[in-house]
Structure formats: C-alpha cells, structure tokens
Design a protein around this ligand. Structure first.
Ligand code: URA
Length: 240
C-alpha cells in the first residue's frame, strides 16, 4: 500500500501548485480523484493508487525538485501564467530549465530583485506560512529625504490602512538632494506592504528591490538571471 496523504499535499508534491493554491483548486471544483470531482479539503489519496487530475490533466509525482533564485526585472508578473499574456518570472527560467516551476510568494510587477521559484509545493508552503516569519529585506528608493522621526516610526510599527505593521529593521543607506535610499526588513507580507508603509508617511517610492529572504541574499546575481540555491540555502530556508 502507498503512503496516504491529503489531496492538497499530493497536488503540491506533483509540483502543480503550492498547498494553499491547491486548496483553492479543490474548493473551486478543478480537481478529480479517479475521475470523480472532489471539492472537500479533508479528502485523502493513496500515492500510487489514486489518479488525481487538475483541469482534466492527470498529475504525476515530480521526481527531481528544483530550488531557484531569480533576480526579477521590473515589469514581470510573479505567476506561472498571466491572463493578459504579460511575461512572467517563470518565463525567464523556462527556456533553460524544463520544470514545472512556480514562484514562492510574489513581488509586484514594478518590484525587482530576489524571488524564489520551485516545483516543490511543500517548500513554498513552508516559506510562505506566516508562522515561519522569515524576514524579507528590501531597498526602497524614495523621492526626497526621509526624517529621523519617520525612520523611528517604521522601526516601531505604523498604521497602514486597517492594520499596524510589526516592528521593522530600518537603515538609511544614503541621501542626496531629491532622493534617499532606505533598507528595510519586514517580517510579514501584506499586499504591497513596503510601498504602503512609505506612502502612508507621505513618501513616493520610485523603486523597490528585494535583496534578501532571511539570510539568503541576491548578492551579485545580475538582473534577469537565475541560479540554483545551494543545499545550505535550501536547508536553511526549510529549517525555519
Ligand atoms: N512590498 C511591496 O510593496 N512590494 C513588493 O513587491 C514586495 C513587498
């Protein structure tokens, strides 16, 4: 008898999506087990015995796992496919590496820098789950200078829309007339959070780049290029 796992975990193991997205696929009626539509999250399947399909296509267990770091350029979508046919972060890797990759979390269309890609849904689940609380470090370029008072407010946490941000690590990198650059590490990941933090204090963010996820840094990887994570980086990110 094969191992019994939850349906959403099986879909993630096949590399078709992260566990959370797999749950959405199930509840929205896109998944069948042995030809029968299954919309319940509690469903279990036996590896090697049950046939699972997504949108009518049978899933297969992915054998080799890939863990990639990409330096995302401006103007790419953090998704596998875009409904408007815009280029995605996966397109940047696909020509060189034939694997069923998906991005781990997301960067905005207009944000650059470090994004992870994998075909291991469990890895994605681990890193994106709020309880693992991995810090993400950004460099924000702002129009004009920033006050010491506002740097301190960002460190304490500020009100953005209907929530208060948790304390951030904040350093002013440099400031020239008309522009300043701030390094900021946040431990949560609400939609457009870094931009909103600065905007709520009255600043205009002219560029945003992610330079690290936890201790894993983009280093000198060129914009638009990718590399495999080292085994140290993978176990560090999984071990959190
Ligand atoms: N915060 C933002 O505002 N944008 C991103 O892409 C990531 C974090």
């Amino acid at each position: 008898m094969g191992e019994i796992v939850r349906l959403q975990k099986y879909i993630a193991m096949c590399g078709a999506a992260s566990r959370r997205h797999a749950e959405q696929f199930i509840t929205s009626g896109r998944v069948k087990v042995d030809g029968k539509l299954v919309c319940e999250l509690g469903t279990k399947v036996e590896i090697g015995a049950n046939r699972v399909s997504l949108d009518g296509k049978e899933l297969e267990l992915e054998k080799k796992k890939y863990y990639i770091m990409l330096n995302k350029p401006y103007g790419y979508i953090s998704a596998v496919k875009d409904q408007f046919e815009r280029e995605t972060v996966v397109d940047l890797v696909k020509e060189e590496l034939n694997a069923n990759l998906h991005p781990v979390g997301r960067l905005d269309y207009d944000t650059e820098g470090l994004i992870l890609l994998t075909n291991d849904g469990d890895f994605t689940y681990h890193i994106t789950h709020p309880k693992h609380n991995v810090g993400k470090t950004y460099i924000a370029t702002l129009k004009g200078g920033i006050t010491i008072k506002h740097l301190a407010a960002l460190r304490r946490g500020i009100k953005v829309e209907d929530y208060k941000t948790s304390p951030a690590e904040v350093d002013l990198l440099d400031s020239v007339p008309g522009q300043s650059r701030v390094q900021i590490t946040i431990h949560e990941g609400k939609n457009r959070q870094v931009r909103k933090m600065f905007e709520s204090l009255g600043y205009t963010v002219t560029a945003l780049e992610r330079i690290a996820i936890g201790k894993v840094e983009i280093g000198n990887l060129a914009r638009g290029r990718w590399r495999h994570l080292t085994s140290y980086e993978i176990s560090y990110l999984m071990g959190r």
